[in-house]
Ligand binder design. Structure first.
Ligand code: COA
Length: 253
């Protein structure tokens, strides 16, 4: 159990929206193993509950999430068992039958950026920057991004984002087709919930079939996620990664 992930339900009785919210603002919503576990469980419960029609992911003002908790990464680099929580979360999010909408304001680093690839509609504010500094951390792209981003935006922009670690603004991400819409911060949650209510009111079977057709065969994505995860796990134990984690822990603010 963790109170760093809040789960609540909104909307009409048989057309509920399940809202999963990062709630660790003092750490910019950095995701711990317990948080991944809570999110994986919430997604599984939402999928199993016929009254839930849509999943929603939200952060806090100024931060969707700063990605995996670097203390947790450091612990693995130093020999602790990695656990399966992040894997369980990725599997759950990558295979939902129900639509997923997210609302992003500000910081969206690492998995905070790559989560969006598995959402159906992402709304982000003008202040949002999607940043995937995997290589700078001695790591490699994850969560299907090495497959999905080049397909969406071509090799060069994918390389800039995922290998060179160039942050991408919400406006550019939207123009490139990586996210759905840019909305002002004070309208973010209203826009997300209005979209979720709209989807919750649609015939759920038809919506699920349409979504499956649009997303295509999941096998290739899941195979890439498994391959990336294996490489990521070995990179976590590399000297390059250890150096990067230490640099973050000892940085001067
Ligand atoms: N893991 C662990 N702690 C994190 C974190 C992370 N991914 N991101 C932020 N934090 C913590 C900071 O250590 C700090 O804690 P402290 O107040 O106890 O010192 C607190 O959150 C606030 O972060 P801070 O760096 O002061 O905020 P900022 O607005 O100056 O910068 C970021 C925000 C996200 C740009 C910066 O924190 C950062 O680069 N974080 C690491 C992101 C990352 O590499 N994630 C992994 C991707 S694979």
């Amino acid at each position: 159990m963790t109170d760093h992930i809040l789960v609540e339900h909104q909307g009409e009785a048989e057309r509920r929206i399940q809202v999963i919210r990062f709630n660790r603002p003092d750490k910019k919503n950095a995701i711990t193993r317990a948080m991944y576990a809570a999110m994986a469980a919430a997604i599984a419960e939402g999928e199993a509950d016929p009254t839930v029609r849509v999943h929603v992911l939200l952060g806090t003002p100024g931060a969707f999430t700063s990605g995996n908790d670097l203390q947790d990464f450091m612990a693995v680099a130093m020999g602790a068992a990695a656990g399966t929580e992040v894997w369980d979360f990725m599997q759950a999010l990558a295979t939902t039958a129900k639509p997923v909408i997210s609302g992003v304001d500000g910081i969206a680093v690492g998995i905070g950026a790559t989560i969006q690839l598995h959402c159906d509609l992402t709304f982000a504010t003008p202040a949002t920057r999607f940043h995937t500094p995997f290589v700078d951390l001695g790591l490699v792209p994850e969560f299907g991004s090495s497959l999905m981003v080049p397909l969406a935006i071509g090799h060069q922009r994918a390389f800039a984002m995922l290998a060179a670690g160039v942050p991408i603004s919400a406006g550019d991400a939207c123009a490139a087709g990586l996210i759905y819409q840019v909305v002002e911060a004070d309208m973010l949650e209203a826009a997300v919930l209005a979209a979720a209510e709209g989807l919750a009111a649609k015939p759920p079977e038809a919506l699920a079939i349409a979504r499956r057709l649009i997303k295509g065969d999941p096998e290739e994505r899941l195979a890439r996620i498994a391959e990336e995860t294996k490489l990521f796990a070995s990179r976590l134990k590399s000297a390059e990664a250890m150096q990067a984690f230490q640099a973050f822990m000892t940085r001067k603010k």
